[in-house]
Design a protein around this ligand. Structure first.
Ligand code: FUB
Ligand code: ZN
Length: 677
């Protein structure tokens, strides 16, 4: 059934991450985030916005039990808002739905993160908590397979009546992703059966056949989830449904128009339904548009289906959409979505730093899309984007202690503006404990816990290394198990040293090693496989045919870089950003004093003049960059406007930290792009 040339995500059971940096992140998720989020999902975190996710499942389960009683009257959908809050938050009605209409997904993402954690760290107590929660979900599922607590509790007469906004298929997608991860991790297939029953119910209502709704999800994810379900079960019906959603999207007459719900303001002035990526059939789309998370989730599903069905026109659309993001619409941090209005993309090169939306989930979705592009065709430019988003736009979404989160990840923050300017109220200066709309925190947890699946993919005879994360990987080649050990050292600030040890493989296989864009083509390769190396699209392909233990050494230059933006990014004219390896760096007030706007870097300063200082931020080791710079003298006594003369400036060493580490030492200013003086 499986094509051995297919480049697939590696089974997480075959990867053991040993990397200091990534082990810390994953242990944080396992020890702090997962237990904390379980409390949050059960509304037990003091001072945090309640979730109501488990409350809703319990209420739906109780309703199902009541439905068997004589005289039971099912709820009838009235005018229920998108977000429902209890009159008395301390005493929510145990029979009512609360929160956003897609609240179920917060639990599904959590259980997916639990699954990844259990894959490498068996934990009977955690598994029992998860199993118990799954029993609640089973109890909440309707007899016919339908499962969405918002509609179960408010009235199923409205189910699937507004595919554009109702999120039922979005909830199904997250349920399915969780179910596949959970069965793979634990062998417990109960959640998988729940997902399959719901999939069957959806197929009976939506699809090409007469009598069914010819619709598709308003918030995508079901497409890629159905692919995972197909890959897990081998049932081609799931692939067919995912493909139907992709093929049907944007066709005339537009399904969302037929549904007849009024247009939202945030859709204007763009083409109608572009907010949902349904303005055109997907193969005709060449610009990333609309709600950023939806967009990248759709494109991920497209890339999956293009790969599995070898659909050239779909592949071509994926390439164009990827380039539209990476060349025109992506922040240097891998953040996407320039405006909070509709949480959306705007137009090419419109990348404002201090009003950016750059939702954590959007960067996560970009990681998904990039990994799927790599599976479709391994090119290091996709991995560069994946790495950029992961190390910057995603990691900035979680505090170093794992206990608070950013939804929005701006590139410049002036706390007073965020407090007092209505255009910036979405930009928080301090991470939040939880959110009413808490899509991001559990999404971050599931991604970080599955980092191994982004570092490595494999086809029949090739192990691809996309990210340099110290790990032990087992690769199956025919009937042999090959053990590959990657050790990444970063102690010499000028390079990353990757030592690859292959143990007594006794089988021929290929190692594909990515040359990251950040090494600027400067690397050296020696040892096993280096005499047979060939290069293609930014990957080094090494033929490994040794019988005994062998060792390969890859040294990647890791220079500090001063980066400019395309001059059409008006916001960044005359400014540079500093990067180092995959990390974007930033200035924080804590290290540089207030008024970061007064700091400049002279045009004559070269990146080679930057020095390093090992430091600690909130208990975590960090490599600080010391950049020769200037602080302009504040001019505050000459009136609001005055004659321009040469500014007075004092030399000042600018202290820069990795962007993802900002906002871990209290509220303060932050800036990524710095003026060149
Ligand atoms: O609509 C569901 C989720 O909530 C989206 O993915 C996020 O952008 C937030 O709007
Ligand atoms: Zn989110």
């Amino acid at each position: 059934m499986r094509d051995e040339h297919e480049n697939r995500a590696i089974d997480l059971k075959k990867v053991r991450i040993t990397d200091d940096f990534w082990k810390t992140e994953q242990e944080l998720v396992r020890n702090e985030v997962i237990p904390y989020q379980w409390e949050a999902l059960n509304d037990r975190v003091e001072g945090a916005a309640p979730s109501y996710a488990m409350h809703n499942f319990r209420a739906a389960k109780a309703l199902r039990a009541r439905s068997k009683e004589p005289g039971f009257i099912a709820p009838v959908f009235g005018d229920v808002p998108f977000e429902v809050l209890p009159e008395d938050p301390a005493h929510p009605d145990p029979s009512k739905f609360y929160g956003y209409l897609f609240q179920d997904t917060d639990f599904y993402k959590w259980i997916e993160a639990v699954a990844y954690s259990l894959t490498v760290h068996p934990d009977p107590a955690l598994q029992e908590t998860a199993d118990e929660a799954i029993r609640i979900i089973e109890g909440a599922q309707a007899e016919d397979g339908y499962l969405d607590t918002y509609y179960i509790l408010n009235g199923r007469n409205a189910e699937f009546t507004n595919l554009r906004d109702n999120h039922e298929l979005y909830c199904f997608g997250h349920l399915t992703e969780a179910a596949v991860a959970y069965v793979q991790a634990t062998g417990n297939a109960r959640l998988l059966r729940v997902a399959e029953r719901y999939a069957a119910y959806i197929s009976s209502k939506i699809g090409a056949e007469e009598g069914k709704k010819h619709g598709y999800p308003g918030h995508e994810i079901a497409e890629m989830a159905l692919v995972r379900l197909y890959e897990e079960t081998g049932n081609t019906d799931y692939l067919a449904l995912g493909r139907y959603f992709i093929d049907e999207r944007g066709k005339e007459p537009k399904y969302f128009a037929l549904e007849g719900h009024p247009q939202h303001d945030y859709e204007k002035p763009n083409p109608i339904f572009s907010y949902y990526q349904a303005h055109l059939p997907v193969r005709e789309q060449d610009e990333a548009m609309g709600h950023a998370v939806r967009a990248v989730y759709l494109y991920s599903g497209m890339a999956d289906i293009a790969r599995l069905t070898d659909d050239e026109s779909l592949k071509a659309a994926c390439r164009k959409l990827f380039m539209s993001i990476s060349r025109d619409k992506m922040y240097i941090t891998g953040g996407i979505g320039s405006t909070h209005i509709g949480e959306a993309f705007t137009f090419p090169y419109d990348l404002p730093n201090d009003t950016a939306y750059t939702e954590s989930c959007a960067s996560i979705g970009l990681v998904f899309f990039a990994r799927r592009m790599l599976q479709m065709e391994p090119k290091s430019e996709y991995a560069d984007v994946m790495e950029r988003a992961l190390y910057n736009g995603v990691l900035s979404g979680i505090a170093l202690d794992g206990k608070s989160f950013f939804y929005v990840n701006p590139l410049e923050v002036w706390p007073e503006a965020s407090r007092r300017d209505a255009r910036k109220l979405h930009v928080k200066n301090v991470r939040q404990k939880w959110f009413g709309c808490a899509c991001c925190p559990p999404n971050i947890a599931r991604l970080l816990e599955s980092a191994g699946a982004y570092a490595f993919t494999e086809s029949g005879d090739t192990l691809y290394t996309h990210l340099y994360i110290s790990s032990e990987v087992t690769k199956t080649v025919g009937d042999r198990e090959v053990r590959v050990k990657l050790d990444v050292t970063r102690s010499d600030p000028s390079k990353w040293t990757v030592r690859i040890v292959t143990e007594a493989c006794g089988a021929d296989f290929r190692l594909a090693l990515r040359i990251p864009g950040w090494c600027r083509g400067k690397y050296s390769l020696s040892g096993a496989g280096s005499d047979s190396v060939s290069e293609k699209d930014g990957y080094l392909y090494l033929c490994m045919n040794n019988e005994e233990r062998s060792e390969t050494l890859l040294e990647l230059s890791c220079p500090v870089r001063f980066m400019r933006a395309d001059t059409r990014v008006r916001e960044n004219s005359g400014r540079i950003a500093v990067t180092y390896g995959p990390y974007v760096y930033c200035l924080e007030e804590k290290d540089n004093g207030p008024d970061l706007n007064l700091l400049t870097i002279g045009r004559e300063v070269r990146p080679e003049e930057v020095t390093f200082e090992e430091t600690e931020i909130a208990g975590r080791k960090a490599r600080m960059l010391l950049v020769p710079g200037l602080r302009e003298e504040a001019e505050t006594n000459q009136g609001l406007y005055f004659d321009a003369e040469d500014e007075k400036a004092e030399p000042k060493t600018l202290k820069m930290i990795p962007y993802f580490m900002w906002a871990n030492r209290g509220e303060n200013e932050m800036q990524v792009w710095i003026r060149q003086g």
